[in-house]
Design a protein around this ligand. Sequence first.
Ligand code: UD2
Length: 285
Amino acid sequence: MACNQPSVCNRRPDVATTSSWLAPIVWEGTFDLKVINAIYKQQNITVATTVFALGKYVRFLKDLLESAEQHFMVGYRVHYYVFTDLPDEVPTVVLGERRQLTVIKTASSNRWQEISLRRMEMIEKLIEDEVINKADYIFSLDVDSKFYAHWGAESLGDLVGALHSWFFGKSREQFTYERRPESQAFIPLDEGDYYYGGAVIGGRPDKVLKLVKTCRMQLDVDRANKIEAVWQEESHLNKYFLYNKPTKVLSPEYLWDDLQGKLRFMKVVRFSQVVKNKAEVRSNP
Ligand code: UD2
């Protein structure tokens, strides 16, 4: 295969491209897609992708799935798993070759926090029942989001987290970690690497299974103690990643927010949260 010789210089001197534990931080300009595709194409991989769309959030599915078909893991086998309480409202989206979608009927909830929290246990069950034998990688994505540009195999790794755009470059004291020691998600002020967004979790099914199982068990302990972490499962995810470091870190290119202006270091926005009227789409305040 003819490809460019790897550079011996850092091609993105404006941003950190590795973490302190030497996990790559994926930015535009840090990878050669031709080389990456040559590696993963020959492995003939399948990428499972979970999306939760309960209640009014079902309205976000069309844009998410249509934009995923244009930009997400194009050329790879992708199996979307859509969890919803409104299966009849799942839009018909034309899927590309080797791409499929399964709708999983899920109980409704009248608290949005509960929906967000329960994703961990539902992903745990899905991996154990199906994904562990059928897919090589899994991603969990927020539904109120859209792809704007390429997101491909450069994002794959054993355990993958994404940097939350609002906290990028902030000091650890400013992160909205859970600060109450009574919660299992507690992180003291003098600890923490990054603030990871709950909207994107990825990796090998066995590694993600360990993550979701651990978070689910910690959520159960919190529930028994009548405490709910400040950012629900995102707080538990941040605790998990502090002690079980991701092997690959996705830059904010992979978890942007439409409300944020484009910053100098952002050469591309690949995946972004769409603007939503929280009071209108959520079932409770
Ligand atoms: C943040 C996180 C989100 C999650 C949440 C924790 C980012 C960018 N966002 O977003 O991932 O960790 O905090 O509370 O990292 N959902 C429904 N129906 C509902 C409510 C939620 O299907 O009525 C699902 C849906 O897939 C949605 C997800 O839960 O994308 C997270 O809820 P959210 O987007 O309202 O949470 P938000 O914006 O506070």
